[in-house]
Design a protein around this ligand. Structure first.
Ligand code: MV4
Length: 450
């Protein structure tokens, strides 16, 4: 096992990784920007190194600065958390070349998963259901028109190097396709330096459902069920839950079996998430792989009892999965997570500033992952998420009731937060009845506006 690891991140996830390392008896090194000098990840790590100014391109995203900090402190491994360098295959390669273990998948695998049309082809080859569409990159508008006619309109054009919704265009009829293809290609070229685009059948109001995977470095794969992530606004998730109310045991079993084969064939290792869309027929279709630990991993931890971050570290140290997961995975009860953001609950404008008062809820079935504290300052330079409130219950309704009372007891003074918005969602009849799709928030906000 490692003696010491560096955490190349900040905020709640840096603290989360420090907790996992402490539980394993591993020493920790925090890195921080000048804006994060007084952060809890700095306070609770065994050592801390300032790696640059507030701007993340000059600190948390600066590969030479992070590697220098790792070399000075003589760590064995680096955990990248989520965001920042977590899916940067070049960074994972530099770690490897510097003799530092990167806690995540191999760089070649991360690179392959980043090329969405290749990930799609790999999944298809292993029998994972995909949406009808192009085999690879579109080479011309003519090819796009031919393909769209075959799968039927509407179709969606997606950047192969895309993510988070950038470089996507929905095409409703043939006449629009050449123009939208040119737009998608130029947007993709500007944003990702790769103009390549592929085509899929478009699903109108899908559910967003993702499966959690753990794989060791000896070819063994486990799938820890799924999460429902349909409650989102502009590609930012707000609420996640596990299991998905829309996935039957039979469908779950089928997807899990196909994913075990696919990830084995790909040579995937460490933690990962495989994203799907569910259409009105309740069929699941693969869309992409996220080669990192995700924000919403705690809902899976709550229903499986598996500490995913500890598992990541143990896998990276070479342990076999059957020593980490010693019994068949069981999904127990129901978990819900609310992402608490420092933002105005109506305008969604970010709201950095000083937290002058704070009460974190607790009690049975409640977990709060946060790096916030009274008198702490939320800097304006980074993501606005300041806490994750996670609850567990025997069933969805018990979890929902616990979420409602925990939100009532969650007090943040000095800045605006999304807590009032979460109360509205939790009380919404469609949420109560689990009638969820990716348009839920747009519908709820449009109704409230008139
Ligand atoms: C889609 C889709 C409909 N049909 N693909 C958005 C981000 C990227 N990860 C994939 N996305 C979508 N792909 C097909 N074939 C609709 C979306 C989509 C979406 C997906 C998940 C969660 C929220 C979303 C919001 C808008 C669009």
């Amino acid at each position: 096992m490692f003696n010491k690891i560096l955490i190349a991140n900040r905020g709640e996830i840096a603290l989360r990784v420090i907790c996992a390392a402490k539980d394993l008896g591993i020493r920790t090194v925090a890195v921080y920007s000048e804006a994060d000098r007084h952060s809890l990840h700095v306070r609770f790590a065994d050592e801390a190194v300032c790696i640059g100014p507030a701007k993340s391109t000059r600190s948390y995203l600066d590969i030479p600065s992070v590697i220098s900090a790792a070399e000075i402190t003589n760590v064995d491994a680096i955990h990248p958390g989520y965001g920042f360098l977590s899916e940067n295959a070049d960074f994972a390669e530099v770690c490897e070349m510097s003799g530092i273990k990167f806690i995540g998948p191999r760089p070649d695998v991360t690179r392959l998963m980043g090329m969405k049309q290749q990930a799609r082809a790999a999944m298809k080859a292993a029998g994972v259901p995909i949406l009808p569409g192009s085999e690879g990159v579109l080479s011309s508008a003519e090819e796009g028109l031919e393909m769209a006619a075959r799968v039927g309109y509407p179709v969606i054009l997606k950047a192969v190097a895309g993510g988070g919704g950038r470089g996507m265009r929905v095409v409703r009829e043939a006449a629009e396709l050449p123009g939208l293809l040119a737009q998608a290609q130029s947007e993709a070229g500007a944003a990702f330096s790769v103009p390549d685009v592929y085509l899929e059948k478009y699903v109108g109001a899908p559910r967003h459902i993702e499966f959690q995977v753990l794989a060791d470095e000896h070819g063994n794969v486990e799938v820890l069920g799924e999460r429902e992530c349909s409650i989102q606004r502009r590609h930012q998730k707000l609420i996640e839950e596990a299991p998905s109310p829309a996935v039957s045991p039979k469908l779950r079993k089928r997807i899990i079996e196909s994913l075990k084969k696919a990830l084995g064939d790909i040579g995937y290792s460490n933690a990962g998430t495989v994203e799907f869309l569910m259409d009105e027929d309740e069929s699941l279709y693969f869309i992409e792989v996220n080669a990192r630990i995700q924000v919403e991993h705690p809902v899976t931890e709550m229903i499986t009892g598996v500490d995913l971050v500890k598992a990541q570290i143990r896998i990276a140290s070479g342990e076999k999965l059957d020593t980490i997961i010693t019994e068949p995975i069981q999904l127990r009860g129901h978990a819900i997570e609310c992402r608490i953001n420092a933002e105005h609950p109506e305008t969604f404008a970010p709201c950095p500033g000083r937290i002058t008062g704070l009460n974190l809820p607790g009690g049975a079935g409640v977990r709060v992952d946060t790096a916030a504290y009274t008198d702490g300052v939320i800097p304006p330079y980074y993501d606005s998420m300041i806490a994750k409130l996670i609850v567990h219950g025997r069933d969805r309704e018990e979890a929902r009731a616990r979420m409602r009372r925990a939100l009532d007891m969650f007090v943040v003074e000095g800045i605006y937060t999304s807590i009032p918005l979460h109360k509205r969602i939790i009380d919404h009849p469609d949420f109560i009845d689990a009638r969820l799709d990716t348009n839920f928030m747009a519908r709820m906000l449009a109704k409230a506006a008139h």
